[in-house]
Design a binder for this molecule. Structure first.
Ligand SMILES: NC(=O)c1ccc[n+]([C@@H]2O[C@H](COP(=O)([O-])OP(=O)(O)OC[C@H]3O[C@@H](n4cnc5c(N)ncnc54)[C@H](OP(=O)(O)O)[C@@H]3O)[C@@H](O)[C@H]2O)c1
Length: 394
C-alpha cells in the first residue's frame, strides 16, 4: 500500500480550496491535507476545516490569533478531537511558510498576485506545485520558470489542464497550435454600448462556473482569458501567435491542441473544476470518479464563435503585455485587480476597466535585464498607485 500524498492547501476556504477538500475527503488513501492557508475572512471555517482534516499547521494572512485558537478549540471539540493543537501562523508571510514546508504537493488556490511568494516557496522546497493561482506564474514569468524543474508545475486551470492532457497525444515538435476555449462570460454577444450599464451583480453571474469574485469578474471582461493566454505561453513554451482563443459557451471542450497533421485533440468533460483539481493533486495519475462523465445519450448543441476583440479588448492587450514580457504582465494584472475592486465598490463602470488597465500599461517603463522578484513587486506597487491616479483624473 502506498502512503497518501501530503498536500499543503493554500486558499482553503475559496472555491478551489473547498473542492480540493471534497476530493481529499473522498480519497483518504491518495491524499492527506497536512496544512491549510487562507486569507482570514472566515476564521471559523478555517478552524473547522483544520479540525476535520487534522492538519498540522493552519495559516491566515489576517485576523486575531487568539480568536483563531478559540475557534480551533471549539471545532476540535465538535470533531471529537479535544486534544488537537495544530501550529498556528498569522501574518502576511503565513501562506509562504506553509508553502515552503515541504509537502509532496502544494495546491496554490489563493486569488491574485499575492500568491507569488508562496509559489516561489513551494518550488524552492521541491514540492510539486498544483497551480490554480495563475497570477503568480504570469507576474513572476521568467523568475518562476527558472525555479521550476520540468513537470514541477501542474496546471489546475481547466484550460491548461486540458492542454497538458491533450499534449500527451503527440510530441512537442508536432504541436502546431494551442486553442483555449472561453465561455464568453455573461456578456457574450453584447457590444460596447450595451456594456456601459452592466452591474457587478450581472458580472458575477457566470454562465457555467461558481468561482471567486475576481476570476468571475475577469471572465466577464475576458481578462481571465488574456491571463490564460500568457499562462499557456509560459507553461508550454508556445509562441503567442500559435495560441488561439475560441468562444465555446457550453465549455464542454476545456481546450485543445492542434498537431502538424491537422489532428485536433481536445479534453472534454462537464464544465466543473473537479477533474483539473483532482489531476493537479494526483498528477500524472487520475483520480477515479472525480467527476460524472458526460451523458452521450442526451442531445446537446455545442457552439463555437470567434472572440469579439472590439467589445472585449482584454485578450489583445494581454498578448501585447505577454510579448513585451518583463514587468508588463505584472502591471496588467495589478492594474486589473485594482479596477475589479473599484468596479465592485461602485467607483467605476464595467467599461472603464480595460481602458484604465491599458492606460497604466502604456505609462509603464520596464527595466531591462534579468527580472527579479523585487522588480515584480515594485512594478505591481507602482501599477496599483498609478491605477488610482488614472481613476482620480477621470
Ligand atoms: N474557482 C475556479 O473555478 C477557478 C478556476 C480556474 C482558476 N482559478 C484560480 O484559482 C485561484 C483561486 O480562485 P477561487 O475562485 O478559488 O478564489 P476565491 O473563491 O476567492 O478563494 C480565494 C482563497 O484565497 C484565500 N486568500 C486570499 N488572500 C490570501 C493570503 N494572503 N494568504 C492565504 N490565502 C489567501 C482566500 O481566503 P479569504 O477568503 O479568507 O481571503 C480564499 O480561501 C485564482 O487564481 C483563480 O484565478 C479558479
Amino acid at each position: 500500500m502506498t502512503t497518501p500524498r501530503s498536500i499543503a492547501l493554500l486558499g482553503s476556504t475559496g472555491s478551489i480550496g473547498t473542492q480540493a477538500i471534497q476530493i481529499a475527503r473522498a480519497h483518504p488513501d491518495r491524499f492527506r491535507i497536512t496544512s491549510l492557508a487562507a486569507g482570514g475572512s472566515d476564521l471559523r471555517l478555517v478552524a473547522q476545516q483544520a479540525a476535520e482534516l487534522g492538519v498540522e499547521a493552519v495559516a491566515v494572512a489576517r485576523g486575531d490569533e487568539a480568536q483563531l485558537r478559540e475557534h480551533l478549540a471549539d471545532a476540535a471539540r465538535a470533531a471529537g478531537r479535544a486534544a488537537y493543537r495544530p501550529e498556528v501562523l498569522v501574518g502576511d508571510d503565513a501562506a509562504t511558510q506553509v508553502a515552503g514546508g515541504g509537502a509532496d504537493v502544494v495546491l496554490n488556490g489563493i486569488t491574485g498576485s499575492i500568491g507569488l511568494r508562496p509559489t516561489i516557496a513551494a518550488l524552492q522546497a521541491g514540492s510539486t506545485l498544483a497551480l490554480a493561482n495563475k497570477e503568480s506564474l504570469i507576474v513572476g514569468g521568467p523568475v518562476v520558470k527558472a525555479l521550476a524543474r520540468p513537470d514541477q508545475i501542474v496546471p489546475v486551470d481547466s484550460e491548461h489542464s486540458a492542454i497538458a492532457q491533450s499534449l500527451l497525444a503527440g510530441r512537442k515538435d508536432e504541436v502546431r497550435r494551442l486553442v483555449l476555449t472561453a465561455s464568453g462570460g455573461p456578456f457574450r454577444g453584447r457590444d460596447h454600448d450595451d456594456l456601459k450599464k452592466v452591474t457587478p451583480a450581472e458580472a458575477l453571474a457566470h454562465p457555467n462556473f461558481a468561482m471567486g469574485t475576481v476570476i468571475t469578474t475577469n471572465s466577464a471582461t475576458l481578462v481571465n482569458k488574456g491571463l490564460e493566454v500568457i499562462e499557456a505561453h509560459l507553461l508550454f513554451d508556445v509562441p503567442f501567435e500559435q495560441i488561439d482563443v475560441v468562444v465555446h459557451p457550453q465549455q464542454y471542450i476545456h481546450s485543445m491542441v492542434e498537431f502538424v497533421d491537422g489532428a485536433v485533440v481536445a479534453q472534454i468533460g462537464l464544465p466543473t473544476m473537479l477533474v483539473p483539481i483532482a489531476l493537479g493533486m494526483g498528477w500524472p495519475d487520475r483520480v477515479p470518479d472525480a467527476e460524472t462523465p458526460i451523458d452521450w445519450t442526451k442531445a446537446s448543441d455545442w457552439r463555437f464563435e470567434p472572440l469579439d476583440d472590439d467589445a472585449f479588448p482584454a485578450v489583445r492587450l494581454a498578448r501585447q503585455v505577454g510579448a513585451a514580457g518583463s514587468t508588463y504582465p505584472a502591471v496588467y494584472n495589478a492594474a486589473n485587480e485594482e479596477c475589479v475592486a473599484a468596479f465592485h465598490d461602485g467607483t467605476i463602470a464595467f467599461v472603464d476597466i480595460l481602458p484604465t488597465v491599458a492606460a497604466v500599461v502604456a505609462a509603464h517603463d520596464a527595466e531591462s535585464g534579468d527580472l527579479t522578484v523585487e522588480q515584480v513587486l515594485a512594478a505591481e506597487s507602482w501599477a496599483r498607485g498609478r491605477t488610482h491616479e488614472v481613476l482620480a483624473q477621470r
